[in-house]
Structures are given as C-alpha cells and as structure tokens.
Design a protein around this ligand. Sequence first.
Ligand SMILES: [Zn+2]
Length: 446
Amino acid sequence: MLPALTLGLQMGLTTALPMPAAVVALEATPQFELDAYTTQIEARGGWWLELDDRLLLAAPATAFAELVAGRRVLDELGWIKPDELALQARGCTIHPSAPLPPIARAGRYTLVRAPATLLPYRLPEVSEWRPVVPNRSIAQDWRARGRLDVAKRAANPQVQQRVDEVDRDRWFGVLEHLATYDRSSRHADIANARDWLLAKFGSLGLQTSTHAFTMSGTAVPQVNVIGTLPGSSLPNEWIVVGAHYDSIQSNASSATAAPGAEDNASGCAAVVEMAEVFTRFPPQRSMLFVCFSGEEQGLIGSSAWAQSLQSAGTLGNIKLALIMDMIGYSTDGQLDVLLETSSALSSVFPPFQSAVADYATELVPHTSTNPFGSDHMPFINRSVPSLLVIEYDYDAYPGYHRTNDVPGTISHALDMGGGVLKMNAAVLTEAAGYSSSALFGNGFED
Ligand SMILES: [Zn+2]
C-alpha cells in the first residue's frame, strides 16, 4: 500500500483535471501484466481503478487512445475526475438505493457517478458510501489474476484431515433446524434458538458462555452465544469464528416470522460445523465460536462484544476473527465467494488464497478492501485482523430479508456452503495451529 503522504500527493495531481475515461475488460490478465499496465497508465499521467473483472482507466487525451488500444472497451465514460465518482453499497432490494447510473459492480459496492449531495459519507461502522481513491483495487478476481496458480502447493496432511472432516450435509441440517425458529431480535422465539446453540456447543464439549447486551426498542433479551475450545499450548491467543444468528424480514408485518435460512442460519450453522471439526482435532490456540445477535439492527451484538473485550484488555488476544454471513447461495452454480477486509488488514488474505488453491478448488474467490455492514466491522474498526466470507451473489438472493428466506430458496447450497466450509477449515487449521500427534488419534471420536 502507498504511504499516506504519497497517496495525498497523487490524489492532488490526479483529481485536478477531468480526463477521458473508459472501462475495459480484464479477462484472464495475470497480476504481473496488470501491474505493468497500471504502471504505464500512471506514467502517462492517468489513473485507474481495478473493478473485479474490469479496469476503469482515465488518462490525458494525448495518451488515452494508445492506452486503450487492443483492449475490449465495455463503457466510454467521457471526461471525469475521481471525485465525480463514488462507491454505493448494495444491500437487499426491499428498500432500494437511490437509482444512480451504475458503472461497474466491485465487491459489495457499485461504482456510480456521485451526486453533489452525497457528502458527508457515513463512517465508520455502516458505510453505505465510499469516496473513490484513484490507483486502487476496489475488488479483485483471484482466479483471473492467476493468483490461485501461484498459491498452489502440495496438500498438508494435517490440513487435509480437518478438511475431510467437514460434513456439508450436517451443516445443512443445522441450517434447516435454525430456520425453524423465528430469530428476529425483536421476537421471543430467538431465545429458543439461543438455547439450542448453547446446548449444541455444550454437547460438543465446548465451554459455553453468554454475553448479554442492550438494544433499544425491544424487551426481548439480547444475547451473544459463545463456545470456547481452549488452546493446548497457546490458550491466550484466540481465533474467533463468528456469525450472526438473528434474522430479519422486511417484506411483511413485523409479527411475521423471519426464518433467515441464508441470512444467516447458513453462517451460524457454519460456526457450528467448524466447532464439530475442531473439537475432533484440538488446536494450539484457543478457538472462540461466537453467534452474535442484533446484527440486523446495526451490528449491535458484535460491537458490544468487541467493546467488552476492549474494556477488559483482552481484545488483543484475537489473532483472527473469521466472520461468515450468507455463505450458501449461488445464482448460477459458479461458486463465486467474496472475501472482505480493510486495506490495512489485507495480510489476512494470503492464507485464503492457498486454502482455495489446495483444498477448495471449486470456489471462485474475489476480494474487496472496502468492507461494510457485517460483524467483521467492529473488529476491523479496532484494528483486529478480521475478514468476512460472503457469497458474491448475495444481492441476487431471492429470499434476502424476506419471509421466503427458507432452506428451499438457497440454490446450490451444498456445493457453495461445502466449498466455503472446506476453505475455512483449511485456513483455521493453520491459524489455530496443530500438533502432529493429532494425526494419530483424538479423544472425541466414538
Ligand atoms: Zn446477515
């Protein structure tokens, strides 16, 4: 990443004048070729944005034609400056965002032409808008950039063993069960889901605890559920595996049930499945399996928990917080998954690159360093290494925040969720640490 001073100077130069701009297709352009291209654009006085499978480039008129020559131009944008653009978050479609002309989708944002009334941006925990900083990757397609080929290596038997322990049918069974509860944070039935999760964690041999917090506007108790697997040799180093278990529906009366099968019984069941795997292969670091509530009202449960750890002085124990939210759906069977963190924390990405290349080759991973709107944010905002895993097709999910978010609506669930579970099991094995003796037996099998 560029130092702040350099970046400021660059912005000063490149935002001064409008330039001709276009969006071109990147297709299978390896990373080193893309780096050479963007270096060339900057050298000619232009600027660029990587937008997943495409590149926006702007350059002085004298250089523009030469820079786009031989490229497949998808969109001519006329003369623009970066501050005439903005990134607009894509949420569910029940309350659609203001219709602005979309330029491209990248991560969970759409690049749009920014209206003058946009500022100030809402920061930091729920960022619906982001300014555009030139010469940045907004989102990246790892497979098309050749990153998975680079990361490919021989499988590690320790990791393979845990990956093989993943049972996608068991995961889907938990998902189906969680979807039988009305888990709206404002409805009493959420307590039954909470109790079921506590009992499940207990039955797996985890140390169980709860973290209560307050949320305005409801008398229903608000509780995060925590199952702890103490580390064998590094118990004060924590790996958090988290997902929200509350749900919401916004398309019917508030008394109607919110089944939330995909959002987010899918992620919560994945937390349970990771606990199933790692209780069979005890790790060196402690693993904290956490199901949050109050997410849909503004990340209230995860924020309260992160704040409580900060107050207790234990937040720094967290070496990685892996958050899952909507992991089981694919529109078309191409298993696109989005990994999201901040640019400052992007060193969390490489282990996922190896995990997909070696253990979950069916996934098509994309990355974004513009995070927003899920339980990774309270950690990211406190500089704790954290990452969100979410299906890339999430905003096309027909049940998103609706009463039809039921198991049958989640197309390609076993393939999509199964791939994510294998990837995460691989990453968590390395993150939590293992001892070689675990290869030859464990105390939990019967
Ligand atoms: Zn969610």
